[in-house]
Design a protein around this ligand. Structure first.
Ligand SMILES: [Fe+2]
Length: 649
């Protein structure tokens, strides 16, 4: 079965799924070079199909998802269209369509979407949206196709009221597993017409796509699933749910009504960063401070807080931090100035907010576990997805303190994984295609699903930059790269297909020796980053437990924080002694051998590994991007699919 997955919101992308396996994965930002770019154009669909080796006629159906109310934006009105009617050959039952029919609801009136207003209406504060869709400068609003996006899905009576987390944990959601209405209720049938070919399409609820992405990639045959992100509304399906996955079926258990994801980003914005970088920078800043403003009364979901008189959690939390800081005679002047984020007030707010995130997610995980116990389901495997799952210290605490034996977070847990998640949902949950043969449960799924570059395209790129570079074709590039690292050179490492998600995992990476403390500042200079931001290591999986502790092994995607148990790695050890590690196996390709050879040379199986990009840029994707970076930066060496490249001096 071949499924096309489309995601239109920020971190937009196209996926082609063949028999439950990812055949191609195209993130728009990697091509238009605009970080977190939204919208999909037909060229990306063509590219993804060609990369997967199939044509439009080979597609069985399409899955569509969006970042909440970002409606479809696409640049070729003739090539693609979407209509909110089921295709005549659609074999899938839709409880939501039945419900709308029974209630006399016109689907067209339920399709929302406002992003074009923000982009094209000068009166609105729209710079964030415009930044993600730079075409607004050259295209008229009337040329942009608009589908609208659905925010209403099936609702269970078990979700009524204003449940606190304790209320949720005491509810028996088992009846939902015996009734397909909720399991099949998180989509609405559409028809997609692509270059004249009409096919069944399904609009899939945002958090259902997150849950599908993590569960179906987990290799688990059953799991409890938690999703959360930075959506502002805490009610209903909007910012996350608890799910249960068993075999190919994925069932929502309950919305959880958490608000900490949006709070975390907004605190980062108040410290001076833009919305899309705020959460990551706040996480990096927190270890410099102490959680002096944390209070237990802020821990819970929106209804827990309401019972304590807190209606606007963000405003109340910020006011609380400021009041406490005033009482403790902090200097508040640096707040909002990104050049002064190392001031005590900023680092302590960051640390306090980080602790709040950890405590809320710990409580949410305990709630999910209790739901399973109440329902008599096995409480041994946990999947976690959504933008908040990029918060590594929280993930590690959830793993250590939740009582689940195994925990999986997928590398594309942010919205970059939504197209994949929606496609997996349609393939397995709607069409009930069996799961592909399980490998090792919870083991790393290879994350290298990006576009392919053959030898000819590499050679073509090298010719393009011929006047500025020196090329060496080396018999053993991994050994040569290890030598370069041991001689303290900064390497660009480009290998095969790029990795899913926002973290570089050894196929589009900048690498450097982690034993030299100055490399922390040095790599930040090369990348144009703030001097205080930390770096993560890659480590041979078989050696990891000798150097790190306190996170699940394997930790294949840099999504868990570990304690560094040696003083020999100053460039990757944060000020609190932590590090978010990637464990590397032979399945990671030649990158594994670089680590192996570096260990042979130095006795250290660890390399500093950071994403291959300049300031505020997406990770490099093509050979041309990598070569341009080499030519225009202070990078010492580039390995381009094993070819050693340096600048002409
Ligand atoms: Fe999300």
């Amino acid at each position: 079965m071949n499924v096309l997955g489309l995601h239109f919101g920020h971190d937009a992308g196209v996926v082609v799924l063949r028999d439950g396996r990812v055949a191609s994965f195209v993130l728009r930002e990697r091509f238009n070079r605009v970080k977190h770019a939204c919208s999909v154009d037909v060229g990306h669909i063509d590219y993804a199909l060609a990369d997967a080796g199939i044509g439009i006629d080979d597609l069985d159906c399409c899955a569509i998802v969006s970042t909440q109310n970002y409606e479809l934006l696409i640049d070729d009105r003739l090539a693609v269209s979407l209509s909110p009617q089921a295709h005549p050959d659609d074999p899938v039952r839709s409880p939501l369509r039945d419900l709308f029919h029974t209630q006399g609801i016109d689907i067209n009136e339920r399709l929302v979407g406002s992003v074009l207003n923000y982009i094209y209406d000068d009166t609105r504060a729209s710079s964030i949206h415009r930044d993600l869709f730079p075409e607004y400068r050259t295209r008229n609003r009337a040329d942009i196709r608009l589908s609208g996006y659905l925010m209403d899905y099936v609702h269970s009576e078990l979700w009524n009221g204003r449940p606190t987390l304790n209320d949720i944990s005491a509810t028996n959601f088992l009846p939902l597993l015996d009734d397909d209405t909720v399991r099949l209720g998180m989509h609405y049938p559409f028809t997609l017409t692509l270059r004249g070919r009409a096919m069944p399409a399904y609009m899939v609820q945002h958090h259902t796509a997150h849950a599908s992405s993590v569960y179906y990639l987990s290799e688990f045959d059953h799991a409890a699933i938690l999703t959360h992100d930075g959506a502002i509304s805490p009610y209903g399906h909007n910012n996350g749910m608890f799910f249960w996955g068993e075999g190919q079926q994925l069932t929502p258990l309950s919305p959880h009504h958490l608000v900490v994801g949006a709070l975390y980003s907004r605190v980062g914005e108040r410290l001076g960063w833009d919305l899309h970088s705020a959460a990551g920078k706040l996480m990096g800043l927190a270890p410099y401070g102490k959680p002096r403003f944390f209070e237990q009364r802020f821990v819970g979901n929106a209804f827990d807080l309401a019972t304590r008189g807190i209606d606007d959690m963000y405003a109340t939390w910020w006011a609380h931090c400021i009041d406490r800081a005033r009482a403790l005679r902090y200097d508040l002047e640096p707040l909002g100035d990104t050049k002064r984020v190392m001031a005590p007030i900023a680092v302590d707010i960051a640390a306090s907010t980080q602790t709040l995130m950890e405590e809320v997610m710990r409580m949410a995980t305990a709630t999910l576990r209790q739901i399973l116990v109440t329902a008599g389901l096995p409480a041994d495997r946990l999947c976690y997805s959504g933008g908040t799952a990029l918060n590594c210290p929280t993930n590690s605490r959830m793993f250590r303190e939740s009582g689940f034996e195994a925990m999986f977070v997928e590398p594309c847990c942010d919205d970059s994984g939504l197209a994949l998640g929606a496609a997996l949902y349609v393939c397995h949950n709607l069409y009930e295609q069996p799961l592909p043969p399980r490998r090792v449960p919870g083991a790393a799924v290879t994350p290298y699903f990006g576009p392919r570059y053959d030898e000819a395209s590499i050679e073509c790129a090298l010719r393009e930059f011929a006047s500025a570079i020196v090329i060496e074709r080396i018999a053993d590039p991994a050994a040569a790269a290890a030598q370069d690292l041991a001689q303290n050179r900064i390497l660009g490492w480009f290998e095969g297909r790029s990795e899913l998600g926002p973290r570089a995992l050894g196929h589009r990476s900048l690498l450097v020796d982690p034993r030299i403390s100055e490399n922390w500042a040095r790599v930040n200079r090369v990348k144009g980053r703030e001097h205080w931001r930390p770096f993560a290591p890659s480590v041979l999986e078989e050696e990891a437990a000798k150097w790190f502790a306190g996170c699940p092994f394997p930790s294949s995607y840099m999504l868990f924080t570990a304690a560094v148990t040696t003083s020999a790695l100053p460039a990757i050890t944060h000020v609190d002694g932590s590090s978010r590690i990637q464990t590397v196996t032979p399945e990671c390709g030649m990158f594994y051998r670089v680590l192996f050879e570096f260990n042979r040379l130095t006795g250290v199986p660890v390399i500093l590994n950071t994403s291959f990009n300049g300031p505020a840029e997406p990770i490099v994707e093509s050979p041309q991007h990598a070569l341009r970076f080499l030519v225009e930066s202070d990078l010492d060496v580039l390995y381009l699919d094993g070819i050693r490249v340096t600048r002409v001096i």
